[in-house]
Structure formats: C-alpha cells, structure tokens
Design a protein around this ligand. Sequence first.
Ligand code: NDP
Length: 241
Amino acid sequence: MTRVAVVTGGTRGIGAAISIALKESGCKVAAVYAGNDEKAKAFEAETGIAVFKWDVSDYQACVDGIAGIEQALGPVDILVNNAGITRDAMFHKMTPAHWNEVIGTNLTGLYNMTHPVWSGMRDRGFGRVINISSINGQKGQMGQVNYSASKAGDLGFTKALAQEGAAKGITVNAICPGYIATEMVRAIPEKVLNERILPQIPVGRLGEPEEIARCVVFLASDDAGFITGSTLSANGGQFFV
Ligand code: NDP
C-alpha cells in the first residue's frame, strides 16, 4: 500500500533527507517549506518530491495546505513535524519576538500541522506522527531558553497525544537529534566545532541527516506499531535520559 507522508521543513537539511528516505521506502511525499523558493524548487526538480509553501506557525495556512496536499496525493498517513528555527540569545537579551517566533514554529507548529490530519487518521485507524525535537529539549542549552522550551514542549505533546492515538492505530513518537551536519551546524566556526563540540560527542563525529531519516522510516513503518509516546535519542552518546 502506498502511504502519503508530509514532511515539514522537508526541502533541506534533516527534513530533505527524511523526505528522500520516505520516498525511497515507497511513500508519496509532500515537503513543506517556509520561504526559500530557490532551494525548494531545486529540491523538487532533483528528487521529484512535490513541495508546498506555507508557514507552520499559521493554523489556517496549515488547514488549507493539508487540504491541498490531500487533494493532490490522498489522505495523509504519516506526518513528520521537522520544521524548526533558532533565535538564540542569552535570556536577559531575549526579546518577545525571539520567544514567540521559536515557540510559534517549533511548538505551535506541531498543533497546527497535526490537528488537521488527526481526525482523518482516527477515522482510517492508522497514522504515524513523528516529531523532530532536539537533545537541547532534553538537557536544556544556555543561549537557547526559547528553543529548549519549545523542544521540551514537543516531547510533552508527543507523550500526551500518543495516549489519545493508541487505541486508534496512530503512533506518536519523537526523535531527539544531537549535532547533525546541516547548514545550521556547519555555520559554527571550525575552532568551536573542533575544540568545544566534538569532544562532547563520544562517537567523535557529527551525525548525518540520513541517520535521522532512517530513524523516521523505521518509526513510520508497520514494524514500529508497538512503539508510541517514545523519545528516540540519536546523539552519538552525548546525553542519556
Ligand atoms: P534547516 O534550518 O536546515 O531547515 C529548516 C527547514 O524548516 C527548512 O526547510 C525551512 O524552510 C523549514 N521551516 C522553517 N520554519 C518554517 C515554518 N515556519 N514553516 C514551514 N517551514 C519552515 O534545519 P535542520 O535540518 O538543521 O533541522 C531540522 C529539525 O531538526 C529542526 O526542528 C531542528 O530544530 C532539529 N534539530 C536539528 C539539529 C541539527 O544539528 N541540525 C539538532 C537537533 C534538532 P525554508 O527552506 O523555506 O527556510
């Protein structure tokens, strides 16, 4: 059976790897992005994966966007809430805009995207919701009070919703990546990466986006039907819970 998967932030970084891996696993995939048209169009041309543009922090945009995807591809079976942003600042310098933008995308975005697909998943008796949280939502990170709070919120969302979906054939899980080699992390100065970050990672390297993508493919599969409400840490041994 061909399943329909939606991946937010699915056109670059970890999300692009997830979109590609889900397509390779046999799904019809829609990748949602926010504004980087050039990158999204190049991704669409290269992979054949349909791209859709809207802001996940806008509820009505999500309702309309999901309706468009369902019309084009069919009912959504798998939702990967991957879109995320950072607006880092020490707390004493953190503005309401820093706070609201990060919470709006990283946490409210999960409500906005999941709510429009939830009833359909319940009616059909199958669904997979996979939320990309972060190691920093588990342990907290200075300079990222907003981001850490949003990603910790994603874990509470996951655990509560999993209980609601369990009897309806819907699983809800979270993945907490550590440092993954994306543009976000490649922007860190080499000296900081080599002297401060890599020594914190027991496996001695950054993770690859494809390593997170393979976790998603597993959690989205029928084989993972007994796993729900869980948090999968993929961080090279940097942090245990
Ligand atoms: P990138 O910055 O490389 O990509 C972010 C993607 O999200 C882009 O496609 C972007 O679209 C999209 N996006 C951002 N805001 C919105 C929005 N409001 N509405 C719709 N789409 C949006 O991110 P990464 O690949 O590095 O990270 C992916 C996820 O993994 C994030 O949730 C991040 O917090 C998490 N994570 C990343 C880690 C890392 O080391 N990289 C570590 C731990 C967690 P556009 O291209 O149009 O801007």
